[in-house]
Write a protein that binds this ligand. Sequence first.
Ligand code: GLA
Length: 387
Amino acid sequence: MIEIEKLFLENYGQSNGKVYSFFSPGRVNLIGEHIDYSGGLVFPAALTIGIYGAARYRDDNLIRMRSKNISGEVIINLEETLEYNDEDNWGNYPKGIIKELINRGHKIKGMDLLFYSNLPDGAGLSSSAALEVLTGYIILSLENGNNVDRIELSKLCQNVENKFIGVSCGIMDQFSVSLGKKDNAILLDCNSLYYEYVPLDLGNSSLVIMNTNKRRELSDSKYNERRSECEKALELININKANKLKNLCEASLEDVEHFISDTTIKKRSTHVITENKRVKMAACALRMGDIERFGKLMIESHKSLKEDYEVTGFYLDTIVSEALKIKGCIGSRMTGAGFGGCAIALVDNSILDEFENTVSKEYEKITGIKPEFYVSSIGDGVFQINH
Ligand code: GLA
């Protein structure tokens, strides 16, 4: 574990105040992509890599924030109105959380904060959700003890991402970072927020995260575009239906066929409806230990994200297709928002080294980029390291 307190003291110096340390994980989504904002089922898990944070109260109304990963400092004066500012870069995430907490009536005290991330940058493993949840958890648990309402915390963080940052994301990332559980995936119904933990027992195989090392491009604008396409689809279906649907995931393929004529909107809705079904089947397969079936559903999910939802792109498609060429790769798909970032693969333990070497070589030959691989462990949601 990183010695975040030591790093903190190196940065902010010694003083009488106590330094508290925390950790917030990244996440990976096993299946159920781009349907959280349409009220669907998702199946993410928290990772053991993520963002560390250390905090110490100050005697004034300033919040000073540094990251060990990037130079510079963001300073917030709690006596002023907090606004989004491009120059503050990553600092806008904690700033948005602090603003939201103030709006909800919390008395925020001045403090110094140091962050350190071991998540690969721009890889789609939810570093922004990890930073949001971490900031919220630090402030709330220092205020009231560790009895933080984690579902409320995820909703608050999603709200900040939507309104302050301007990305219309669903709740999946913030929820998995807040409520992750070691060695378990979370089967989450994004409509009701009902969730169950499912032990991630992968038999003789491992979950490999494959980083295309192609940063997610256009992801925010394309992401918002997909979200409006889903809203449009729901609107078109509801114009014609007596019993109005609350979410696109409640629609059937027949509804799509009957009520939507636009080809693009039709394709988007087809992905949403079929992906939601795949999640149900995948959770069932995992519970029954049917890893082969789980792998097949991953492959179908990627195909649907590629052809119907169109969020994969050259780099993700290349790495997934190279992975699937290898005997012993049971399934593979993109994970997260897409347009670059990471894919995942279920790989037989006996061929892990060969898998990485071959995929790495072939992917680099085709794209000119060297990918990275992480055999991931599944960890807990946000927590305090020292008390
Ligand atoms: C991003 C968003 C999530 C989700 C995924 C796609 O990670 O933050 O809410 O929509 O993309 O499944």
